[in-house]
Design a protein around this ligand. Sequence first.
Ligand code: NAD
Length: 330
Amino acid sequence: MNDVVLVAGAGGFIGGHLVAELRKRNVGPIRAIDIKPMDQWYQTFDDVENVVADLSRLDACQVACVDVRDVYNLAADMGGMGFIENNKALCMLSVLINTHLLMAAEKAGVKRFFFASSACVYAADKQTSADVEPLKESDAYPAMPEDGYGWEKLFSERMCRHYREDFGLETRVARFHNVYGPFGTWDGGREKAPAAIIRKVLEAKYRDTGTIEIWGDGQQTRSFMYIDDCVQGILKIMDSEIIEPINLGSDQLVSINGLVDIVEAIAEIDLKRNYKLDAPKGVNGRNSDNTRIKELLGWAPGITLEEGMAKTYEWILEQYQAREEKLQTA
Ligand code: NAD
């Protein structure tokens, strides 16, 4: 039959939003899979086939790919800089997920396969200054990616390419640059900078501490893509004939200090900043060069950081307040 759309990592942040959008588009039956117990998924939908399975196993991937037309692989053991720098082996073990999914997809007659890569594939020597040249797709080589997590992504990108070249499986690869938004990790050690900063501002506001801890000197620069742009981009790239890995990211460059300014303005607060210089902070500067995506799709992520952060703040505020209430009644 091959009419099922499979989302791997559907209990996670981006996977959950992708399932929500695929439902709206009536793409046919959707199978959503994640290793986490279902009560920990960020979003679930009753009209979707929700499955808990460990996709690092080949047998689980074989079952997952039965009758599947399209695979979206968003499953990975990952987190923000603090997690990536301290869990390199775990990050690299995600290679089993993409490899086994490719093997199973090819055998099951899957038509298209999407892999979520990352800007962490880019060579470290192109990201030494906060005043960055945006990263072009060709900057991934000669290879010197982020240790652990970035090497896994680069290897898996190449596996996608070889499955296309050697076995004719249509693969598509996007290199996401920091994605943020509601229904994602905001606490617990795997959260990324936008959610972490919002949570810290909320803690300072409601506990009245007047201070915020910032990892690094705050001058490191990044770009951050709002989740709605990410999902639109994934679907456009999957539908396109773009066979080489392509950037999917915002090109609105901001320093971490600038990001804190935005959150402080939303929260209407002004905090004293304590810089933790020995904390994991990643490369000094990173931005997305969107020339290629604009050329090939006539589109690029455009939701501003101010708009996206305001929506994310609202959602994390609700989660934060719900958690505080629970703690008080416990
Ligand atoms: P996430 O951690 O919220 O989602 C990943 C999901 O994969 C999790 O729910 C996790 O339980 C699941 N998973 C892990 N191991 C699994 C396994 N063995 N079998 C089945 N499921 C498994 O992360 P996310 O932010 O939604 O990221 C999705 C993808 O995008 C990942 O591949 C990530 O590396 C990539 N990416 C994300 C960002 C970002 O800023 N969020 C940036 C670059 C790349």
